[in-house]
Design a protein around this ligand. Structure first.
Ligand SMILES: [Zn+2]
Length: 366
């Protein structure tokens, strides 16, 4: 992240984020903060393991993160997470980009320090990927189409969410084309509190790869995962998209969905990756895209053909949304009754007021 001195001073004064006044260095124009100081700020201890290029962050004796020098491949509480910039070592000290510190490390390890949380979720937007003339990917052995399964799982998830007291808006309910930006607009118009986009993966001609992958919209100045491949250009964007207002909470939502889907399906962890996704860009609430399985794998396509497997995916997504809601609930305790209309605080209550004004937050404890 490029930051002139004036903006750094402003950030230190105006930002409640715990990294604002950490010692920093510039690396290739990116602002990096000291990992040791950054960990201490979160009440964590940094421990180098052998080989020296790996560091663990520990909460007491419990490892909560593993980071590797010159790598974006990290482990946060047992989940594989690709950072937006590689960790670096300078003069025997480890540094992490300020963007990764503020939007990946802090929200996942200390969400109470991640700034004002968004609204408690009441209205959930479900986006069944593809549809109409856009089939998505297709399993070439079984001829099963992605667009069919995304809608099927979305309908299962909708029933589960409604039974749990949430209001649901679907970006499509039939086999129709819906442009990506219209999908985020449908969520915004419904005043959705979060969006989950449902897709299934493909790596043809590779038919062996299986597992769960979670996609998030990259923060400004960070690249999509694909753009790190040899020969690809840096595709970082210079300005914020609307969904970037929720960088920290996109990460929290990605983590809760990632853990539940992975635990339920017991497949490989392909990690959380950045991609400039049209369906997420315009969102005025947190949102992530979940790829629960590979349709290019015959074994995963065969499992996906079984309704109980699709039920398991939907149930895991419900649990991930509920886990996210619980994180927000802990950070936004129920308001003390005051004169005038008050927002509901349980999923069954009336939706929050129809505004997207910046959330305010009482001084929340951990
Ligand atoms: Zn897809």
């Amino acid at each position: 992240m490029r930051r002139p001195l004036a903006s750094l001073l402003f950030a230190a004064l105006a930002c409640a984020c715990p990294g604002a006044d950490l010692p920093s260095i510039l690396n290739n124009g990116i602002d990096y903060v000291g990992l040791e100081e950054g960990s201490a700020r979160l009440g964590l201890r940094l421990e180098r393991s052998i080989p020296q290029t790996t560091v663990m962050l520990k909460d007491g004796a419990q490892p909560v993160a593993r980071l590797i020098d010159h790598s974006r491949d990290a482990d946060l509480k047992g989940l594989r997470v690709f950072l937006g910039d590689p960790v670096i070592e300078r003069g025997g000290k480890f540094y992490i980009s300020r963007t990764d510190y503020e939007f990946r490390i802090v929200p996942r390890l200390r969400p109470d320090l991640a700034g004002p949380p968004p609204r408690q979720p009441h209205v959930i937007a479900i986006d069944p990927g593809h549809g109409g003339t856009d089939d998505g990917t297709e399993n070439r052995t079984h001829h099963s189409m992605e667009k069919t399964y995304t809608l099927d799982v979305a309908e299962r998830l909708k029933k589960l969410l409604q039974a749990a007291g949430y209001a649901v808006v679907m970006t499509r309910e039939t086999d129709v084309d819906v442009p990506k930006q219209i999908r985020s607009e449908i969520a915004n118009q419904a005043n959705a509190d979060l969006l989950v986009s449902i897709h299934f993966n493909s790596l043809y001609p590779n038919t062996k790869t299986t597992g769960v992958e979670i996609l998030l919209f990259p923060p400004r100045t960070q690249r999509s995962a694909n753009s790190w491949s040899p020969g690809e250009k840096n595709d970082a964007q210079a300005t914020d998209a609307p969904v970037n207002a929720y960088n920290a909470w996109n990460s929290v939502l990605a983590g809760t969905l990632h853990r539940r889907v992975l635990d339920a399906l017991k497949t490989g962890d392909r990690g959380e990756k950045f991609e400039h996704l049209g369906v997420l860009r315009g969102l005025k609430c947190p949102g992530v895209l979940v790829e629960s399985a590979f349709l290019s794998s015959d074994s995963e396509a065969e499992r996906l053909a079984l309704p109980p497997y699709r039920d398991a995916i939907a149930a895991a997504m419900l649990a991930g949304i509920q886990d996210y809601a619980e994180v927000i609930r802990r950070l936004r305790p129920a308001p003390i009754s005051a004169p005038g209309p008050a927002a509901g605080t349980s999923p069954g209550a009336a939706p929050a007021p129809a505004t997207h004004s910046p959330p305010t937050r009482p001084s929340a404890g951990p």
